[in-house]
Design a protein around this ligand. Structure first.
Ligand SMILES: Cc1cc2nc3c(=O)[nH]c(=O)nc-3n(C[C@H](O)[C@H](O)[C@H](O)COP(=O)(O)O)c2cc1C
Length: 238
């Protein structure tokens, strides 16, 4: 598929046909992930491919996202400083004690690899969906996937044959996302316009409800932050 067509065709797919993908396609998609840029060549990410059906069903149930079980493939992306520690130790060096910056860039590395995979999947005619909800079951995932210290599950990526053809979802206007030379503030009209363009993405027609549910005080992300802070501490990434 042409590159621009691939970009335009990529959208989150949440209904998949229950079919297997040819292994050669999965390998091409994984290779697309492997070729993503990586900060300082550190490769601060790992993706666990979940091939055990029972394990996959368990994860889908834990996070209440059936498309995770239906997709042909499901990968859990980790921030991974464990392999880096192994590489350093192998040559008699110690991993940095303050790992905050490494963790942030691990998340960047993982996202870049995953988006490369999502685009490669689209180019091959498949659909995909990022699954941030794995965060809600991070504690269980650490056990189920036997994750060592210095690793943390960031998000999942489901890939498969689409069983739906949703329209493209809206985005904020370009000049809200791209500023020139310096950060600028937003006018009331622009903020209203943002709500207007994004209304389409919600069933209720009110984007505020979605923002509230996720990001206002008491929203999902607040609960995730508390869990994440505790688990990152336990994983040696605090
Ligand atoms: C980091 C991340 C986490 C996401 N988590 C989920 C998720 O848990 N479940 C889901 O169905 N969609 C999830 N999505 C998909 C977004 O809802 C979707 O990208 C957004 O609504 C825009 O739609 P589009 O991808 O079709 O353009 C996630 C996307 C990203 C980037």
């Amino acid at each position: 598929m042409d590159f621009w067509e691939t970009l335009a065709r990529r959208r989150s797919i949440r209904r998949f046909k229950r079919v297997k993908m040819p292994e050669e396609d999965v390998i091409r998609i994984m290779e697309a992930g492997r070729s993503a840029p990586t900060d300082a060549t550190l490769h601060l990410w790992t993706a666990v491919r979940i091939v055990d059906e029972a394990k996959r069903a368990k994860i889908a149930e834990l996070i209440a996202q059936p498309h995770v079980a239906e997709a042909s493939e499901f990968f859990v992306f980790l921030a991974d400083l464990y392999r880096l520690e192994n590489l350093l130790k192998h040559r008699g060096r110690e991993l940095a004690k303050d790992r905050f910056a490494l963790f942030v860039f691990a998340a960047v590395d993982a996202a870049l690899a995953a988006e490369n995979m999502a685009l490669a999947a689209t180019a091959l005619g498949y659909g995909s969906c990022f699954i941030g909800a794995v965060q809600n079951a991070a504690e269980e995932l650490i056990k189920i996937l036997e994750l060592p210290r210095l690793t943390y599950p960031l998000f999942g990526l489901a890939i498969g044959v689409p069983d739906e053809d949703p329209p493209p979802r809206p985005r904020l206007p370009r000049d809200m996302l791209f500023h020139v030379d310096k950060y600028r503030s937003y006018s009331r009209e622009e903020l209203d316009e943002a709500y207007r363009v994004m209304a389409k993405i919600t069933r209720s027609g009110d984007w505020l409800r979605l923002l509230e549910r996720y990001a206002a005080a008491g929203g999902y992300f607040e609960a995730r932050s508390a869990l994440m802070r505790r688990l990152l501490g336990e994983q040696g990434l605090g």
